[in-house]
Unconditional design. Structure first.
Length: 119
């Protein structure tokens, strides 16, 4: 949506709401292709480490927490770079974090209802 009334004959129509990047505006630096490749390689390395950890018998008791931790790191990398949350408005980040927190809260309620903590 653009503001065509404010535009002069030689200018492009501008946005209706003009904000700075700190306020959630649209002018921000996206990562370069090299940075995307770097993140993809990090994700591949974490995935390889996840597969390797499964085969280490001495870590059998710590397997679930290790894999969950690695999954959280991978989730954050994907969300921050590939979904551009790192470069979006703070409002979008807050909505996303609130949604994740609500989902985790509901998940914990379901686990508690089924008595997972008392086994």
């Amino acid at each position: 949506m653009t503001d065509t009334h404010a535009a002069g004959p030689n200018t492009e129509p501008g946005p209706v709401v003009k904000t700075t990047p700190e306020e959630g505006g649209t002018s921000h630096d996206h990562p370069s292709e090299k940075e995307y490749i770097k993140i993809a390689l990090i994700l591949a390395a974490i995935t390889a480490a996840e597969v390797a950890v499964v085969y280490v018998e001495s870590l059998e008791g710590l397997l679930a927490p290790i894999l969950i931790g690695m999954s959280i790191v991978k989730f954050l990398l994907v969300v921050l770079w590939f979904m551009h949350l790192r470069f979006d408005s703070r409002l979008f980040r807050r909505f996303f974090v609130a949604g994740i927190a609500l989902a985790l809260f509901c998940y914990m309620i379901v686990l508690t209802t089924f008595g997972v903590w008392t086994r």
